[in-house]
Design a protein around this ligand. Structure first.
Ligand code: ADP
Length: 162
């Protein structure tokens, strides 16, 4: 397993400024970050998996292959093994995120001893930012420019026609 490669899993529906910050800071530690978009047909999403992948690719185009996006379904550790990533990267916003995240990290550790989970804390200005808040505000045609990048803002405006 390659500890210079991290997978950053999530729904990314859509990618927020918080996600972007975690990826950019992770690039100081890792050679490559694979943003892994969960394909869960049971969950209703605003953006399709392909739209989410496309937004992530557009966002990180300038990193010349150091940030890539792939979808996955099934066990995250199996995906990580397939792409040879030694680290699972997650972001923590508040203590309230901790219980769930610690549980997932322990489950994944049990499933695969060779993969480590690493947490980066959200920046203060992103600590209230989530994909669901972004969707709620955008649906009401509110200003989301402090919570998403221009690429994602444009996509939200197209979706909600404003
Ligand atoms: P999930 O449904 O798996 O939590 P998300 O797309 O909501 O998927 O989040 C993916 C990852 O990004 C998670 O580790 C989450 O904690 C982290 N994250 C979400 N929002 C922020 C933020 N504002 N700042 C830092 N990390 C964040």
């Amino acid at each position: 397993m390659n500890t210079a490669v991290a997978v950053f899993p999530g729904s990314f529906d859509p990618l927020t400024a918080g996600h972007v910050d975690i990826v950019e800071r992770a690039l100081r530690i890792f050679e490559r970050v694979i943003v892994a978009v969960l394909n869960n047909p049971e969950k209703t999403t605003l953006f399709t998996v392909d739209e989410r992948l496309d937004l992530i690719e557009q966002q990180f185009r300038d990193y010349k292959g150091r940030v890539t996006a792939q979808s996955f379904s099934g066990l995250l550790v199996e995906f990580a093994k397939r792409v040879q990533a030694g680290v699972i990267l997650r972001g923590l916003r508040a203590i309230s995120d901790y219980d769930y995240e610690a549980q997932m990290a322990l489950v994944n550790k049990n499933l695969c001893e060779d993969i480590e989970t690493l947490f980066l804390t959200a920046r203060e200005q992103n600590s209230y930012v989530s994909s669901s808040v972004v969707k709620q505000v955008a649906k009401l045609k509110g200003d989301v420019s402090s919570m998403v990048t221009p690429v994602v803002e444009a996509a939200l405006k197209r979706k909600f026609k404003y």
